[in-house]
Design a protein around this ligand. Structure first.
Ligand code: PEP
Length: 253
């Protein structure tokens, strides 16, 4: 049985005090006895240390939203894996569609980042997803296959135990348009079958595949009840403690 993983991607929202307020709102209102999933919050870099301090005595873990693959040096504006570890992170989101589209991140770069995260002891949340144009022109599966095979090049079966894949159709991110549970399930099944071919059934069966794209309290339960949907990566609805908690509870239904 795979454990569900619910993660909040705060994107470029919340300064340090706003982050502390949101985390306190989650911690003070959630009933952990109702929660069997792993819960992760991914605030901006500047709030990571504060977030880690605040969640210290709770089951909540902290993730970053990006990192660079070099260890140190003349990479102005970048953050290393060691820096994220020293700020208390256990996870890092890599290959988010906003990084791919706005900051031109290639599959090759994402692959290097995944390797650096894994060799450093950070668990990557590896995002993949097609645009609307790619879906409508019939190349969705080719695009996903390329993202996944190139993103995971050289990653071993053992290392795959630490990897989470997040399927996030670009057309559903921040748009209010969610993939239907059937659409999402079809792609999650496709990804799991692809992982079986790339590795083996064991690796595929153990892989957590999150869905992301306008997950809200009113659609989470149906999405999360699909056999191949093992959690959610949540943007907008993770910015309010009550909606984030509602989604966490939806995973238990
Ligand atoms: C995301 O940023 O990963 C995301 C899924 O955003 P939203 O939930 O707002 O669509």
């Amino acid at each position: 049985m795979r454990k569900k993983v619910i993660a909040g991607n705060w994107k470029m929202n919340n300064d340090i005090s706003g982050s502390a307020e949101l985390i306190s709102g989650i911690i003070n209102n959630i009933d952990f006895s109702r929660v069997n999933s792993d819960v992760i919050v991914c605030p901006p870099f500047t709030s990571l240390e504060t977030a880690s301090e605040l969640v210290k005595n709770t089951p909540i873990k902290v993730g970053a939203q990006n990192m660079f693959f070099e260890d140190k040096g003349a990479f102005t504006g970048e953050i290393s894996a060691a820096m994220l570890l020293s700020a208390g992170c256990d996870y890092v989101i890599l290959g988010h569609s906003e990084r791919r589209a706005i900051f031109n991140e290639s599959n090759e770069w994402i692959n290097k980042k995944i390797h650096k995260a894994l060799s450093s002891g950070l668990k990557p949340i590896f995002c993949v997803g097609e645009t609307l144009e790619e879906r409508e022109s019939g190349v969705m599966k080719d695009v996903l296959k390329k993202q996944i095979t190139e993103g995971l090049t050289g990653v071993t079966s053992n290392q795959m135990e630490e990897v989470i894949v997040a399927y996030e159709p670009v057309w559903a991110i921040g748009t209010g348009k969610t993939a239907s549970p059937e659409q999402a399930e079809e792609v999650h099944k496709f990804i799991r079958d692809l992982i079986t071919k790339m590795y083996n059934k064991d690796v595929a069966d153990n892989l957590v595949i999150q869905y992301g794209g306008s997950v809200k309290p009113n659609n989470a339960a149906e999405l999360l009840s699909q056999p191949n949907i093992d959690g959610a990566l949540i943007g907008g609805a993770a910015l309010k403690a009550d909606s984030f908690i509602d989604i966490i509870y939806s995973a238990e239904l």
